[in-house]
Design a binder for this molecule. Structure first.
Ligand code: CUA
Length: 168
């Protein structure tokens, strides 16, 4: 059987596309750093956040030189703490959970964007630079006040952070 050269090329191209598709689906399911909800994080009781070390008092904590951990609670309709205040030029790992329904947590202008699911802790790391303000948005529909649900991330100068000052 004779197969025309063009037909062979297109055939090969189609096979490559199929392999790329299978590859991307496989990567999306088991690739490095890809985890499904509840794969690794311990569950948390959304009704008992008051008894949790991290979320009883939502706050920012220093965990290393220039490294901070921000414990954030999302709720209908806001985020706590607000504003979240961190020092300039630092690495901030947000741990976020919800007290009620599914919310979103997007730091506008960065690629930090995650779902926040009650009973789960979402973790996301952001490198911040110069002092500035970022808005924080919820982008999962969560009820009547969804459109008004917002928070603030204030990146402040080192001195201001150490004195515990606000950057209003
Ligand atoms: Cu919270 Cu939408």
């Amino acid at each position: 059987m004779h197969i025309h050269a063009y037909e062979k090329i297109w055939l090969a191209f189609a096979i490559v596309l199929i392999l790329l598709l299978l590859g991307s689906v496989t990567y999306g399911a088991i690739g490095p750093g890809v985890a499904m909800v509840a794969d690794s994080e311990p569950q948390i009781d959304a009704n008992a956040l008051d008894e949790d070390d991290r979320f009883a008092e939502p706050r920012v904590e220093q965990v290393g030189e220039n490294e901070y951990e921000a414990y954030v609670v999302a709720f209908q309709f806001g985020f706590e703490p607000s504003p979240i205040v961190v020092p300039e030029n630092s690495t901030v790992t947000f741990q976020i959970t919800s007290r009620d329904v599914i919310h979103g947590f997007e730091v506008v202008g960065t690629n930090a964007n995650t779902m926040v699911v009650p009973g789960e802790v979402s973790e996301i790391t952001v490198e911040v630079g110069e002092p500035r303000e970022y808005g924080i948005l919820c982008n999962e529909y969560c009820g009547a006040g969804h459109h008004a649900m917002e928070g603030k991330l204030h990146v402040v100068p080192e001195e201001e952070f150490e004195s515990g000052g606000e950057s209003e």
